[in-house]
Design a protein around this ligand. Structure first.
Ligand code: ATP
Ligand code: PRP
Length: 213
């Protein structure tokens, strides 16, 4: 990408669905049909703005390495990534949920060292370390709620919004780790080298968010 272009990394899935209306408010529309296109670098109605749509967990990595200058990523993905090489500029207040510890409603209580299943290894480790509790973390890539039901783990660390998924599986949330929403992130060196394009972009985004507040 030349210095005349800024590339936005958009997180697939629910974050994308909520990001597009915000971009539209800034007058930025994806020209390609996002639902059907097989293209990976998408044009917008602005020649100098391109978009890439990536897995939610990968968005911070694209921005860290400058493959994208800016991105929209969940706070959970940013924490798990570690935040190297990027600035978190704005809370976009979309895809809001909480990272929580949960257990079976009939869980008998901790007996010695427990097993905790999660996709969020870094967040879970930091949380239990801060509690001074030694736990065995089991990495899963999805369907964490299943783990306590089949004896894989005593507890889980997962995202909770309505609580319906927990309830449907006889689980209850017990501890709140942190609140999650999506953030606008910016590559630290792009912020300097593409200052002329990025500053107005971030300013405009901020204005849109202030109007929505
Ligand atoms: P991956 O590609 O990493 O497997 P995924 O399939 O988990 O992603 P989504 O379910 O779309 O993708 O979640 C992406 C992001 O959306 C999460 O990282 C989080 O920031 C947010 N999110 C996830 N679940 C919820 C929820 N129930 N309510 C609100 N926001 C959520
Ligand atoms: C997320 C999360 C929970 C669920 C919580 O899963 O991993 O399972 O949402 O939302 P709730 O409290 O409103 O029920 P998602 O729907 O994204 O499915 P997946 O991660 O398993 O693909």
């Amino acid at each position: 990408m030349t210095d005349k272009t800024i590339t936005i990394a958009l997180s697939k899935g629910r974050i994308l669905k909520d990001t597009l209306p915000l971009l539209a408010k800034m007058g930025i529309e994806i020209v390609d049909d996002i639902k059907t296109t097989r293209k990976l670098i998408l044009d917008t109605n602005h020649d100098h703005i391109k978009a890439v749509v990536v897995r939610a967990t990968d968005a911070p990595t694209y921005v860290e390495y400058g493959a994208a200058d800016v991105g929209v990523a969940g706070k959970d993905s940013i924490v798990e990534h570690g935040g190297n090489g990027l600035y978190e500029m704005l809370d976009l207040r979309i895809a809001q949920c909480k990272l929580m510890v949960a257990e079976h409603k009939d869980y008998a209580g901790d007996k010695g060292r427990i097993r905790v299943a999660t996709k969020y290894m870094k967040s879970a480790k930091a949380y239990f370390d801060a509690q001074g509790q030694q736990v065995d973390l089991i990495k899963l890539y999805g369907s964490m709620e299943l783990a306590p039901l089949v004896g894989l783990a005593d507890k889980i660390v997962d995202l909770v919004d309505t609580g319906n998924t927990l309830k449907a599986n006889n689980l209850v949330p017990t501890e709140h780790i942190y609140d999650v929403s999506s953030r606008l992130i910016v590559n630290q060196s792009s912020m300097k080298t593409k200052d002329d394009l990025l500053k107005p972009f971030v300013e405009e985004f901020k204005k849109v968010m202030d109007e929505l507040a």
